[in-house]
Ligand binder design. Structure first.
Ligand SMILES: [Fe+2]
Length: 324
């Protein structure tokens, strides 16, 4: 039931991505997505770079970390207030999946660390430092920094989609511990969900769980960034084509949640989506969940394109039995 605690999370905070091709992945985010490097950490053996999108109001959006495999590190969520943060920490602790408080990274305040049932590493915080533009001051003072005007111009982090061994258990955790509101889901003929979408604000989704056919655990399906328009996504496809980036699917329009999309694999292998919601928002606080059957999903995406095989098999880290 929707109540004031259903708005305890403001939005996804930031995401750590792991890559075995650190320099190539950095080039992808910095040069093709037009993100700005704001800080560095780690050592030569395992460097990390913090990057922010051009309209990110916080100090960073993505932490890119060198690793043996691709995948996702910690995802953070920003609470809407200190009271909301304390409420959510109490709820997380009640699930037995809490880890404890840590110092925040690069501008984020005290962060409570936890995991979801699938083993994805997560954190929640409230205090955050705002980005102050210097040599990238915007012409209009109501945006974080100047429009970069290069590459794909990713404006902001949009959502994350995890692969999970048990979609129902992980979705139930988001609903209970984070008070995520379900927006859409795909019901399997033999019970359970193939995928489950949740939102924290007026966007129709912020976090998604998809069934991991390989039942590996702690894998990433994709992270999505939003440019300004659908047309930016068409141009992005040309930019990725010119730069030798693997285009997996799209540009096209999703049936579920109706977002316009393009999926590519960054050089490290992580699936990255460019997504644009158009004008569609869920303003109804009690918006009923929309459920799709397997039969309905067979019709493919909104305009009929079928979902390709790798969408169900490729995730990061890539596991040996992957069909890709
Ligand atoms: Fe997505």
């Amino acid at each position: 039931m929707t109540d004031c605690t259903s708005f305890d999370i403001a939005h996804l905070g930031n995401v750590e991505l792991l890559t075995a091709k650190f320099e190539e992945s950095l080039w992808f985010f910095r040069d093709l997505l037009a993100m700005r490097v704001v800080a560095e950490a780690g050592d030569a053996g395992r460097p990390s770079v913090y990057l922010c999108t051009w309209d990110e109001y916080q100090l960073y959006t993505v932490k890119l970390t060198a690793s043996d495999d691709a995948g996702v590190g910690r995802t953070t969520f920003r609470a809407t207030s200190q009271e909301a943060l304390e409420r959510r920490v109490k709820a997380i602790e009640a699930t037995g999946l809490g880890v404890g408080w840590e110092d925040g990274e690069v501008g984020t305040g005290p962060t409570y660390s936890f995991g979801d049932p699938d083993g994805h590493h997560m954190g929640i915080y409230y205090d955050t430092e705002r980005y102050v533009a210097t040599d990238d001051k915007p012409a209009l003072k109501n945006q974080a920094s100047a429009f970069p005007g290069r590459g794909v111009n990713a404006r902001r982090l949009d959502h994350i989609n995890y692969l999970a061994k048990d979609v129902v258990a992980n979705g139930a955790f988001v609903a209970k511990a984070l008070r995520g509101r379900e927006s859409e889901r795909i019901r399997l003929d033999d019970g359970g969900y193939a995928a489950w979408w949740f939102h924290f604000n007026n966007k129709s989704y912020d976090i998604v769980y998809s069934d991991d056919w390989l039942k590996h655990g702690n894998r990433l399906h994709h992270v999505a960034f939003a440019p300004d328009t659908r047309e930016d996504i068409l141009k992005a496809a040309d930019i990725f084509l010119e730069n030798g980036i693997h285009i997996e699917s799209g540009p096209h329009k999703h049936a579920i949640n109706q977002t316009f999309f393009l999926y590519v694999w960054e050089p490290g292998g992580n699936r990255i989506e460019l997504a644009n919601a158009g004008a569609r928002l869920l303003l109804d606080p009690d918006s009923p969940v929309v459920e799709w059957s397997q039969e309905e999903r067979k019709k493919g995406q909104a305009w009929g394109m079928k979902t390709i095989e790798t969408f169900h098999t490729h995730g990061t880290p890539v596991v040996r039995t992957d069909l890709t």
